[in-house]
Design a protein around this ligand. Structure first.
Ligand SMILES: [Zn+2]
Length: 376
């Protein structure tokens, strides 16, 4: 019988709020606690989990950032004679995405959401490689590099497999006893909570399903290994959304020019601006300051959040919505979701969760410290 297996299960959006008042792995858990998230979306938080560093160091944060010289969409400028309204259809967008992917040599999944196609050539994307493989992080090493360097035989199961396929694969895999470390990333709960987070019965049923699947895998592991360390953690929570605001139209009404005056990306909980004329900056700041549903992040906040990027890579001015309010329509969608994350991490709805059948010596300060727990 092989001795030891470590199983790390990352469940996207399993917020502490959803499990704190209900049983969840109680029979096996020795550690069960909330953990502060890292500010941003999963595209920034998960790189922090797998590197142990804040976004300003590994350079992953939101999916898109201003970088016209490196934009994978810059080829498209040659086709500016084609009317924008043609590109901005579902089919036109799909073609642009496929050509850009080919040119980048990118094999993973990416989409351009609702970013106006005529602006795409202004932006680069943060995730050009698979972050769940060695060499997948823009700057520095991830846990996958560390495991590979230490010749640790690990198995990583993640997207694009669906969660039910991943569970089935993991069960099959663990019987072979070839691998001593498992990293399992489950993405489906995030999409589910974006839609149904206000329906506590549906949420509870879904979480019970995850609990059941975890226990199935844990019990199977105990059959084949004499020592099983199980770690279940998440990247962030989810806040119910009650209000939405059309900030985009108000900024458009200022009649400033993109890209001559400024460039903007409307994520659903943030608007990120780059300015090229001081008069444009003044006008936009003046408007943002009148909005009680959000605030401009101070330099100190950017530093505290670990998003003080060199050259303001992800935005010179970041306007953050208050928790529970979203920008709608945004570049990410045109229907306000029922739940959202990417709000201030000091709000308890953003707290992630951590459960283990082991005792942890050092408490994680925030989710980036899961890296230390996974390190050999
Ligand atoms: Zn999400």
């Amino acid at each position: 019988m092989k001795k030891h297996v470590s199983i790390y299960i990352l469940i996207d959006a399993l917020g502490w709020n959803y499990i704190k008042a209900r049983p969840f792995l109680d029979n096996i858990a020795k550690t069960r606690q909330k953990v502060k998230s890292v500010f941003g979306y999963s595209s920034g938080v998960i790189p922090s989990i797998v590197t142990g560093k804040y976004p300003f160091l590994h350079k992953h944060w939101s999916l898109f950032f201003y970088s016209p010289l490196n934009s994978p969409f810059r080829w498209q400028k040659k086709f500016s004679f084609i009317p924008n309204r043609w590109f901005n259809t579902r089919a036109g967008r799909k073609i642009v995405e496929e050509i850009s992917k080919k040119l980048m040599g990118y094999k993973g999944y990416f989409e351009t959401y609702l970013i106006p196609v005529e602006y795409l050539s202004l932006f680069d994307i943060s995730e050009k490689k698979n972050i769940y493989k060695p060499g997948g992080i823009r700057e520095g090493k991830s846990i996958f590099d560390v495991w590979a360097e230490n010749k640790i035989n690990y198995s990583c199961l993640s997207y694009p497999m669906q969660d039910n396929e991943i569970w089935a694969e993991a069960l099959k895999n663990i019987e072979k006893k070839e691998t001593g470390v498992y990293f399992i990333y489950l993405a489906d709960l995030d999409a589910f909570l974006h839609r149904y987070c206000k329906d506590s019965q549906m949420v509870n049923e879904k979480i019970s399903w995850y609990e059941k699947e975890i226990l199935k895998l844990y019990n199977k592991a105990c059959e084949f290994f004499s020592n099983v360390d199980l770690y279940v953690f998440s990247d962030h929570g989810m806040a119910p959304v009650y209000k939405s605001y059309d900030l985009k139209s108000e900024i458009n009404d200022l009649k400033l020019k993109i890209p001559e005056d400024y460039v903007v990306i409307y994520d659903s909980t943030m608007a990120r601006f780059w300015f090229f004329k001081s008069s444009a900056k003044e006008k936009i700041l003046e408007l943002l300051k009148t909005k009680s549903y959000g605030r401009i992040l101070s330099e100190k906040e950017k530093k505290d959040f670990g998003i003080n990027f060199e050259n303001n890579q992800y935005g010179e001015v970041i306007f953050l919505m208050e928790t529970g309010s979203v920008i709608n329509p945004s570049f990410m969608g045109s229907t306000a979701p029922s739940g959202m994350h990417g709000f201030d991490i000091n709000d308890e709805t953003m707290d992630a969760a951590f459960i283990s059948n082991t005792n942890i010596n050092s408490n994680p300060v925030d989710v980036k410290d899961f890296f230390k727990i996974m390190s050999p």
